[in-house]
Design a protein. Structure first.
Length: 349
């Protein structure tokens, strides 16, 4: 078995192709074929030395988690089984065929994208599951650890596929075929010794231009059973905010919202101009068409000071937040202009 020392330019050009291929697999919203999924799960159990399990299907991970903590609790006895991870993390012989520089390069190329997806707490549904349900139970962490999901093992799919399909690395074809089938045909899997729970994929996934989960007035993640998660540019929102379009968010919500990150999202969505108007900001000081405003209410971690700018020709009002230690409108203008005094500009902007 000869060692692969270097990637050719043609092989390097295929790296983004495989990255996008597996990202599409991880974010698929295609319905699961239950017969095909059952066949794959039974084959995987047999492969790792277990008897074929009883298979239960749910429309969402949330429904599965609720059942595990409810009606199924006495039957499962929380005998979580991690044997399938031996299959997922198998095929280690592939890396023995590569120069260490190639291994490091592929890891750098593929891991960033995979880790970005996993850091999205709404995308990696294990975190919302913990947030939505009782996080005081000791079994929650174990349950999430033993769950197999497309995004969770994305990295293992990308690099192995590239090595096998592009670099022609020798491998255990049966194990590789099972690995691919688990990802492509089974969605989320909770593995127990005698029972395997398979969850369908979401019916909708919505993102912003930076591939962060995002939707306005509708769920960012939505399952067929109605379970949904709301997100604003990657930040998970409670339903009371998420189901309403940001244009209809109310500044007064800031007065009762205790979560600092949610207050930041509300401020971003509402905009300082509306916050000034609706929360009756106090005029602290004026200079020409500029006004320094302050909001006394406990809206944010520190007091909100704003520089209000009124366009003389259009009357359009724009507000920018400035540090709370600023004492005058002119000082605020200097801060906005990176320390340059406004009189040094030929034309005020």
């Amino acid at each position: 078995m000869s060692l692969i020392e270097k990637l050719t330019p043609e092989q390097e050009a295929l790296i983004p192709v495989y990255r996008e291929k597996w990202r599409a697999i991880a974010l698929s919203t295609e319905r699961i074929d239950k017969d095909k999924a059952a066949k794959v799960v039974k084959a995987a159990y047999v492969f790792v030395g277990l008897s074929k399990p009883k298979i239960l299907f749910f429309d969402s991970p949330y429904a599965a988690r609720a059942a595990i903590n409810g009606d199924l609790k006495s039957k499962l006895e929380y005998k979580l089984y991690q044997g399938l991870w031996k299959l997922i993390f198998g095929l280690r012989e592939i890396y023995q065929q590569l120069n260490i520089e190639i291994i490091n390069k592929l890891s750098a190329e593929f891991s960033s994208d995979a880790h970005i997806l996993l850091r999205q707490d709404s995308l990696y549904l294990g975190i919302p599951l913990i947030n939505e349900l009782d996080d005081t139970e000791q079994d929650v962490a174990s349950l999430i650890d033993c769950c197999i999901s497309p995004t969770k093992i994305l990295l293992n799919g990308i690099d192995k596929d590239f090595c096998i399909s592009v670099l022609n690395c020798t491998h255990n074809s049966r194990k590789w075929n099972l690995f691919q089938a688990i990802i492509k045909d089974c969605g989320w899997i909770f593995t127990f010794e005698k029972i395997c729970i398979v969850c369908d994929r979401p019916i909708h996934l919505r993102f912003d231009s930076q591939n962060r989960l995002h939707a306005e007035g509708e769920p960012a993640i939505e399952f067929s059973d109605g379970y949904s998660l709301y997100s604003h540019h990657g930040v998970t929102l409670p339903e009371k905010y998420g189901k309403i379009h940001p244009q209809q968010w109310q500044a007064e919500w800031l007065l009762s919202e205790e979560n600092a990150e949610l207050r930041r999202v509300l401020i971003q969505g509402i905009g300082y101009a509306r916050i000034c108007q609706e929360l009756q900001a106090i005029e602290l000081e004026n200079w020409q068409e500029y006004t320094l405003l302050g909001i006394d209410n406990n809206v944010d971690i520190e007091p909100i000071y704003l520089l209000k700018m009124t366009c003389p020709s259009t009357g359009f009002i724009h507000a920018l937040r400035v540090p709370p230690n600023i004492n005058s409108a002119r000082e605020a203008i200097r801060w906005v202009n990176w320390g340059v005094d406004s009189e040094e500009f030929g034309v005020q902007t």
